[in-house]
Design a protein around this ligand. Structure first.
Ligand SMILES: N[C@@H](CCC(=O)N[C@@H](CS)C(=O)NCC(=O)O)C(=O)O
Length: 324
């Protein structure tokens, strides 16, 4: 684990000293946008045109943020349009590395580099910041379009329809945007990032604060799903997919490794059924690799699990009928 400072790699763990033991995620820095014709993004971002074969995703199969991007690529059937390289599950002093062949990890198909930080310095030789997945790379301009998953999924949702081989609903429909944005905000702070705030906390107080906010939010969503089918209303949207990648990892990883152990996902009937429904959605199961997920978390975070021993359980069957 480390970061780049003026293009130089430094091996440092997250700084929680200046924040009373709280984990604070920094904002992604590459925020350009792919649009159907290369026009600007929704907030005036520099636009790049959607093309087949031009863009590449760098992901890790463990990371819930990277997983969102892989899911949207699969939902739209863009496997032949956007290529992918998968970094190795073990993330240590050099950050994300390319070491093909183990639990779905591949080489860097574009440049054959050893470390993901070399992709960041290719885009910006003086980059300062964390080196995270996912990365959406432009092979033509040889630069990073975006390293922000919430924006990458919006591009995949709407900019590549000319190349999509599957027809799925719009997951960010105009008339539901307000509701989706509001759920996303709640879910991001309390659940998606909440499990990390719990797991990476270095004081009891910071941990307990995150833990209670997380389970209050889980209770809230469980209740919400008893009166409506999906998180933002009656239609499946981006908000559900964004929650899904965290729920999928809840019992195998967050419950134990991140000490989120008030309840398991399977103790929430509605959230657990939603997780199974989304897992069984066409193309999604193929993006899920539980052994890679467990190996990454339990095998990479020395401060939390110094032995690197990976738990065998739990037995969890995402293919059970969801009855929804
Ligand atoms: N805001 C980013 C966050 C991505 C992120 O934090 N990814 C993690 C993996 S789960 C990562 O690469 N961490 C490496 C680091 O922080 O050094 C997004 O949603 O795309």
């Amino acid at each position: 684990m480390g970061k780049l400072v003026d293009g130089q790699w430094h091996d440092v763990w997250y700084d929680t000293k200046s924040s009373n033991g709280k984990f604070q995620r920094t904002d992604a820095q590459f925020r350009n946008w792919i649009t159907t014709n290369g026009s600007q993004g929704p907030n005036g971002e520099t636009g790049y045109p959607a093309e087949s074969g031009r863009y590449h995703l760098y992901v890790n199969l463990a990371c819930p943020w990277a997983h969102r991007a892989l899911i949207f690529r699969a939902l739209k059937g863009l496997e032949e349009v956007i290529s992918v390289s998968v970094v190795h599950w073990k993330m240590k002093e050099n950050g994300w590395e390319f070491k093909p062949g183990d639990l779905g990890s591949t080489k860097d198909h574009l440049y054959g580099v050893d470390y993901l930080y070399q992709i960041y310095t290719k885009a910006d030789p003086n980059y300062t910041g964390r080196v995270t997945v996912p990365v959406l790379w432009d092979k033509k301009e040889q630069t990073i379009i975006s390293n922000e998953s919430s924006e990458i999924i919006r591009m995949l949702n709407s900019s590549f329809d000319a190349f999509a081989t599957k027809t799925v609903p719009d997951f960010y429909p105009e008339d539901m945007r307000k509701a989706i944005d509001s759920v996303n905000d709640f879910v991001y702070h309390n659940i998606n990032n909440g499990v990390y705030k719990s797991g990476f906390a270095t004081t009891q107080t910071a941990y307990e604060e995150a833990y209670h906010a997380l389970f209050d939010a889980m209770d809230d969503l469980e209740k919400r799903l008893s009166s409506q089918k999906y998180l933002a209303g009656d239609r499946l949207t981006e908000a559900d997919w964004r929650l899904f990648t965290t729920l999928l990892r809840f019992d195998p990883v967050y419950y134990g490794h991140f000490k989120c152990n008030k309840k398991r996902l399977v103790d929430y009937p509605n959230l657990w059924a939603l997780t199974r429904e989304l897992y069984q959605y066409e193309g999604v199961a193929e993006t899920v690799n539980i052994p890679h997920i467990k190996a990454h978390y339990y095998g990479s975070h020395d401060t939390i699990n110094p032995t690197g021993v990976i738990p065998v359980g739990p037995d969890i069957d995402f293919n059970q009928p969801h009855n929804r």
